[in-house]
Design a protein around this ligand. Structure first.
Ligand code: NDP
Length: 387
């Protein structure tokens, strides 16, 4: 049976992993829409290969290049933020939300408001919109399939269980490339060192987030919304081998864990095939070769991001959206060589201290908070106002 698919963020790392699975199962999928920001040539090549009906660039300036690259193909080319949302609104059986950052929020909400099934990799969208997104899911009867490896693991461990029987959910964290570094060495980490993740191959932004542990902070907020067990039942444990992707402990003290290779094609496949299973090209897990699985507590003195994220959940309202916006600005500045590594979380914390807004009720409120918090973070950067 052929199913229809839209992939938001087709030219990224999650996009490539998704399309690798689709390529291996050509009869299973019909591609409706593929999107990018400005990688027009790459997007056009993918749209041709997969026979997409429409290809969309978020940046309108890149539309002429996309049009030219798609000439004679019969594939519609569109551009701009509205076009991304229109593409996400086209009826399909599966939408993979894999744009990076809050830029993916409006198109993801468009897919949710259509009542669709959304494989959600774009964690920043849920972190920023929180209750606005979960309320839209309930109102429009949409289905969210968590694609982030940890949340996908939890989702799998919860299948057949009851949320009211959960005693604890434990998110595992690899600890990132700087896990064993001293505070002094961390302060001097370069962009190349920060993106060199030991276990996962990912886009630049999430790689830096893994190095600061903000990725785990964002995942903490994501888990808070996806699995309503309350903050005091959510834990983080560092597990450097990235073999156990997360765990659910039930009230009888049974703990279920999901294990697998560190390859996003595993959780993506679990979403694409849900509620069934599909083949992936990965080797079976060889536990004897892996030898040992180790665990340690997160060190919030060297990596304060998980503390800041926890405090932002406790503060509630606009705080998680502010945290996310400031972090995006800080990561951009770090990758551009403008600030030192430890300034990333310092800028996030400064922005949270300086900017507050009332709790967002609509998508427009979230987008306004995101935009104002970005401006506040940029002002902090320009004035070097950092805690
Ligand atoms: P990448 O940076 O590799 O890809 C991002 C994608 O989003 C690209 O297609 C890019 O297009 C597009 N994009 C970027 N900015 C915009 C914008 N302003 N408007 C529209 N499209 C835009 O990111 P990843 O694939 O690594 O991550 C995607 C999401 O998945 C993130 O939220 C990340 O946190 C999450 N995730 C990723 C994992 C991974 O292993 N990579 C694991 C778990 C979650 P273009 O090429 O034109 O720039």
């Amino acid at each position: 049976m052929t199913r229809s698919l839209t992939l938001l963020g087709a030219t990224g790392s999650i996009g490539a992993s998704t399309l690798d699975l689709v390529r291996r199962n050509p009869d299973a999928w019909r591609v409706e829409a593929l999107t990018a920001n400005c990688s027009a040539a790459e997007l056009a090549a993918l749209a041709r290969e997969f026979g997409a009906k429409v290809a969309v660039v978020g940046d309108e300036n890149c539309l002429p290049e996309l049009r030219e690259a798609l000439e004679g193909s019969g594939i519609e080319a569109t551009g701009g933020q509205q076009a991304l949302c229109e593409a996400a609104q086209r009826p399909v059986e599966m939408t993979v939300a894999a744009i990076v950052g809050c830029a993916g929020l409006a198109p993801t909400m468009a897919a949710i408001e259509r009542g669709g099934t959304v494989a959600l990799a774009n964690k920043e969208a849920l972190v920023s919109a929180g209750e606005v997104m979960t309320a839209a899911v309930a109102k429009h009867g949409a289905t969210i399939l968590p694609t982030d490896s940890e949340h996908n693991a939890i989702f799998q461990c919860l299948s057949g269980g009851r949320i009211e029987d959960v005693a604890r959910i434990t998110l595992t964290a690899s600890g990132g490339p700087l896990r064993t570094w001293s505070a002094e060495a961390i302060a001097a980490a370069t962009p190349a060192e920060a993106v060199a993740h030991p276990n996962w191959s990912m886009g630049a932004k999430i790689s830096v987030d893994s190095a600061t542990m903000m990725n785990k902070g964002l995942e903490y907020i994501e888990a808070f919304h996806l699995f309503p067990v309350g903050l005091d039942r959510l834990r983080i444990v560092v597990h450097p081998q990235s073999i156990i992707h997360s765990m659910v402990e039930y009230r009888d003290r049974s703990t279920l864990a999901q294990l697998g290779p560190s390859d996003m094609r595993v959780p993506i496949a679990s979403c694409l095939a849900w509620p069934k299973r599909m083949d992936t090209p990965l080797e079976p897990l060889d536990l004897a070769a892996i030898g040992e699985l180790t665990f340690e507590a997160p060190d919030e003195s060297r990596f304060p991001a998980t503390r800041i994220a926890r405090e932002s959940i406790e503060a509630g309202g606009a705080a998680p959206a502010v945290l996310n916006a400031a972090n995006e600005i800080a990561v951009e500045a770090f990758l551009a060589g403008q600030i030192a590594f430890t300034r990333i979380t310092a800028l996030a914390e400064s922005t949270l201290e300086r900017y507050s807004a009332s709790a967002p009720r609509t998508l427009a409120d979230v987008l306004a908070i995101d935009s104002e918090a970005r401006q506040c973070a940029r002002d902090c950067l320009e004035n070097s106002v950092l805690v």
